[in-house]
Design a protein around this ligand. Structure first.
Ligand SMILES: [Zn+2]
Length: 264
């Protein structure tokens, strides 16, 4: 399709309006309202999307020293592939993380953009990823999900939250008061978007006022991609959370507490 000229501009404007409307609808509808339980300790979850080999190599030792589990969102269709955030880790890494007590979350099989496919396709692809993960790690049933690219439509939200209790978006914020378990807020831990001082301010806020802060990133490398962070920022973030007295927990564990069930 020719997108030049006035008609192209109109089509682009229409697509933009469609995206904004889609996201706005998803924000307001299909909600799964939740509150943190009484006595909930100030908590931070570190999450990795996709996840590249560099995150495994450079973030895992930091987490191990902190004795802290994290959440790793896997698209089985990407395992071992080259990607803009570096080489995606292979299946043996998924098994190793699960055995080490980390959470493996769903991220659709094909790393789908919610805007590009039907809700039915989104749901079946997400379920296919669940099946692939269960084949990789017998008994594994993902308890949380992250929307690839942070893209959420109402149809995708309904498809995901019908299958998985906790779904994470990429809109910054801290979960406190009433929040949406089907579109959890999360803050980018990217070198280009976040500083050590910024992390310290966020964790200080959670320590003071309570809440659940979720960070997400992709690669963890000395020269990170635009969607990743350096090992030094990652290490400083974990250290800041610990220094502020925050608990480090997986999304599944917190979601289980919210829903009053045993954590996964
Ligand atoms: Zn992703």
């Amino acid at each position: 399709m020719d997108v030049r000229g006035p008609e192209g501009a109109l089509a682009r404007a229409g697509a933009r309006v469609g995206r904004v409307t889609g996201r706005a609808l998803a924000r307001r509808l299909g909600r799964r309202p939740a509150r943190l339980p009484e006595g909930f300790p100030p908590t931070v979850s570190f999450t990795f999307d996709d996840f590249p080999e560099s995150a495994f190599a450079n973030a895992l030792p930091v987490l191990r020293r902190a004795n802290a589990p994290a959440t790793w969102y896997v698209s089985c269709g990407l395992l071992g592939a080259q990607s803009p955030v570096g080489v995606i880790a292979g299946p043996e890494r998924v098994v190793a993380l699960h055995e080490a007590g980390h959470e493996i979350g769903d991220h659709t099989f094909g790393h789908l953009d919610a805007r590009a496919v039907s809700a039915a396709r989104y749901g079946s692809d997400l379920a296919a990823n669940q099946d692939s993960l269960a084949r990789l790690v017998p008994g594994l049933r993902p308890a949380s999900f992250a929307y690839p690219y942070g893209q959420v439509t109402l149809g995708a939200k309904r498809a995901a939250s019908a299958r998985i209790p906790a779904c994470r978006g990429t809109e910054a914020g801290i979960a406190r008061g009433t929040f949406d378990l089907a579109m959890l807020p999360a803050t980018a831990l990217y070198d280009r978007a976040m500083t050590r001082a910024g992390v310290e301010a966020l964790v200080a806020d959670v320590a003071r006022r309570g809440g659940w802060l979720i960070f997400y990133t992709h690669d963890v490398a000395p020269s990170p991609s635009p969607w990743g962070c350096s090992p030094s920022l990652f290490e400083a973030s974990v250290a800041a959370a610990l220094a502020a007295g925050l608990r480090l927990a997986t999304v599944a564990a917190v979601s289980g507490e919210i829903r009053g069930r045993a954590s996964a």
